[in-house]
Design a protein around this ligand. Structure first.
Ligand code: ZN
Length: 318
């Protein structure tokens, strides 16, 4: 355990050093707050509030003129497609220290934003980042890792206008933790779902060739993914129904990279809206990714991995 302790000590020492440096130098936004960017953003998000885009409506509102959507704050200081990474930036510095220790994968876990006021067109923002905390090593479903929390503060001049707490889990990818590949059978090559008391009925269903949808035992609401409590009525009593296994492609992604154990790339992951009304994710097989379209009819297809695991997926409903 000595080497583990030493590695952890080195990470905590790096965290302390980066924290001691305080916030990064403020980094300026590429452009001031502007309407073209706001138009694009509200369209993508689907926010129809006219105080962001209609000068007349904004003038008649409490704002007295156009304002920017508060949730856009991070947009203004994004680095573009080819960001200049400042090695002194506390988040990048901490990521580099964890990369070096073998914690090379990252997933965002929390983001909390606080807005002090609305921003107006023409305002020029800067952002400063400081390292809030580094906690670990923790065992997680993804592997052993460290939780890294940073705080961003956005300024107009010297006035703080918004803040963001951002937490990531920086973890060691499973390949580095497990036995060498020649000791693995083909069936352990797939990414296995975490099965717990809330989800066991679903996997028991796939093993029996059934696609089960959780149904509230009180109000009858169907829900997926499964959970311990009904979001509608709060009841914890659960039943399920067996889906007919048909629906349509609601959305999809084509995954090209990184490699996925046991999978040939590219692969299509489809979010399917089942005819019963809930949406469910799964791999869409047997179709050229170029030919996938939203709205296509699909049917469930069960893929037996081994005696303990049957994965649901989709194929086009011919
Ligand atoms: Zn309910």
């Amino acid at each position: 355990m000595t080497s583990t302790t030493t590695a952890a000590d080195a990470i905590l020492a790096a965290a302390h050093r980066i924290q001691q440096r305080g916030p990064s130098a403020p980094r300026a936004a590429r452009d001031p707050v502007n309407l073209p960017m706001i138009n694009n953003w509200v369209e993508a998000i689907g926010d129809g509030n006219p105080v962001y885009t209609s000068a007349a409506a904004a003038a008649a509102s409490v704002h007295g003129g156009l304002v920017a959507p508060p949730a856009m704050v991070q947009v203004w200081t994004m680095g573009g497609l080819h960001p200049q990474r400042d090695p002194d930036d506390p988040l990048y510095a901490m990521m580099a220290a964890l990369d070096e220790a073998g914690f090379t994968s990252v997933v965002a876990t929390n983001c909390e934003q606080t807005y002090h006021r609305y921003l107006r067109h023409g305002e020029a923002l800067t952002v400063a980042t400081r390292l809030d905390s580094v906690v670990g090593p923790k065992r997680t479903g993804l592997g052993e890792g460290w939780f890294v929390t940073t705080r961003n503060t956005w300024y107009v001049g010297t006035e703080p206008v918004a803040e963001m707490l951002f937490r990531v889990l920086k973890f060691r990818p499973p390949e580095a933790n497990t036995a060498p590949p020649q000791q693995q059978s083909a069936s352990t090559d797939v990414i296995r779902p975490a099965i717990n008391q809330d989800t066991a009925y679903f996997w028991a269903g796939t093993a029996a060739g059934e696609l089960r949808i959780q149904r509230c035992g009180q109000c009858g609401l169907l829900r997926h993914p499964p959970g311990p409590m009904c979001p509608e009525c709060g009841a914890t009593k659960r039943t399920c129904l067996i889906s007919a296994g048909r629906g349509e492609v609601y959305s999809y992604v084509v995954h090209h990279h990184p490699p996925v154990p046991g999978k040939q790339l590219p692969l299509v992951v489809a979010l399917v809206e089942l005819d019963e009304g809930v949406r469910m994710l799964g791999e869409l097989r047997g179709v050229d990714p170029e030919h996938v379209e939203i709205g296509q009819r699909v049917v469930v297809e069960f893929q037996r991995i081994d005696d303990e695991l049957v994965l649901p997926g989709w194929r086009l409903d011919a």
